[in-house]
Design a protein around this ligand. Structure first.
Ligand code: SF4
Length: 382
């Protein structure tokens, strides 16, 4: 049972909160403290922090090194299906787009997973458009059962599920759930989600809590950058993380910062989020929550990802294909978006090593999973 629902203030209120803490002195104060509260996060995300970006970077790098060492975890997405019942204006899988649609059979999905295993991946993220009639909990549970002894970690990024469904998937071997709110701005959310269950802002907002309540070892949240004010979405994510920490201390938490990429449908970003803005957001959230895992996917270019090694992010995808079946058949189309970093996993790892960091393909083993009436105890990552 969820103890209480997470709610988010409207963006006008978040804007007022930021304006109260947008002076250089507020930023300097936030950079001094051991732990910062939501006011400190507002200061670090505010325009006043732009001139102090080197100081934010240094602080973020120090905290990251202390908590995570000189490591970057590596994973790959495995796209299972590009069917979707929702109409999200920004997504290549949107129900209105005319793309080649397919859902992998379990055998095809297994084959894709084996290709990734052969390339050295131990952590895979199963991704699918939201079409429960074509790809539901039975499919995911069966696939997880087939794969869980071969991978150290299996995560999912699929349609939001109920708590008992997450518990079933956890028992089948899935340990991590990612559900991105896309934007915490209700007005923009309604503007870009035209049809389908995803239009229910509050159901989606409550999903990370359902996954954590079901005992998932890790829960990931995120905002799609390019939709709404990135500073306020950053502030909202900080609030969401703090709430999840308070109520579900056993779950490890991650945050993603996907920036909009070109996709079928030709959607143009509603707001500009450049690399400098993205780095400020990453540094601010790292300083706000030293323990949170920060993901930087292949949406970003190799140059930028290389430059961010050691400064805050702790997990990189690599060698990604976003079309279902695309690892076995690279000629397939129907991808969700075009990636920005086209390097293989070996090339990404070599570049991480060159910077003096260790690419980690396995930081967890199911052996550590202590099952307690369907809920998992958290255990330290190796
Ligand atoms: S963002 Fe997700 S829910 Fe929306 S169209 Fe794409 S796959 Fe479907």
């Amino acid at each position: 049972m969820t103890p209480e629902e997470f709610t988010i203030p409207d963006f006008a209120e978040l804007q007022r909160l930021m304006q109260r803490h947008c002076h250089t002195a507020d930023v300097q104060h936030a950079l001094k403290g051991d732990r910062i509260d939501i006011s400190g996060l507002a200061a670090l995300l505010s325009p006043a922090a732009e001139n102090l970006l080197p100081q934010l970077a240094a602080r973020s790098a120090r905290i990251t090194a202390r908590r995570f060492g000189r490591t970057i975890q590596i994973y790959a997405p495995l796209y299972l299906s590009n069917f979707c019942i929702n109409r999200c204006a920004y997504c290549g899988f949107s129900a209105g787009n005319k793309i080649d649609r397919r859902v992998l059979t379990l055998e095809e999905a297994e084959q894709e997973a084996m290709i990734l295993l052969g390339r050295g991946f131990k952590h895979i993220l199963l991704v699918a458009g939201e079409a429960p009639a074509r790809l539901g909990v039975d499919y995911l549970a069966e696939l997880a059962t087939r794969l869980c002894n071969r991978f150290a970690a299996i995560s999912i990024e699929v349609q939001p599920l109920e708590e008992d469904e997450y518990a079933r998937l956890f028992a089948a071997g899935i340990t991590s759930v990612a559900v991105y709110q896309e934007t915490y701005d209700r007005g923009i959310y309604a503007q870009v989600h035209h049809a389908g269950k995803k239009c229910d802002f509050d159901y989606r907002l409550a999903t990370p809590a359902r996954a954590a309540a079901a005992g998932m070892r890790e829960v990931g949240i995120g905002a799609l950058l390019g939709l709404a004010d990135w500073r306020l979405d950053g502030l909202a994510m900080g609030m969401h993380i703090a709430w999840l920490r308070k109520h579900y201390w056993r779950a490890a938490l991650t945050v993603s910062f996907p920036r909009l990429r070109p996709a079928e449908g030709g959607f143009q970003p509603l707001v500009k989020v450049n690399e400098r803005m993205l780095t400020q957001m990453i540094f601010a959230l790292r300083i706000f929550d030293p323990d949170v895992g920060l993901l930087l996917s292949t949406r970003e270019e190799a140059r930028f990802r290389d430059g961010m090694v050691g400064l805050g992010p702790t997990r990189y995808s690599a060698g990604s294909c976003t079309a279902p079946g695309g690892y076995a058949h690279p000629e397939l189309t129907g991808e969700q978006f075009s990636v920005g970093d086209h390097r293989s996993m070996q090339e990404v790892c070599a570049d991480i090593c060159q910077k003096g960091y260790d690419p980690v393909r396995k930081d967890w083993d199911a052996t550590f999973q202590i099952k307690d009436s369907g809920a998992a105890m958290s255990a330290p990552a190796l």
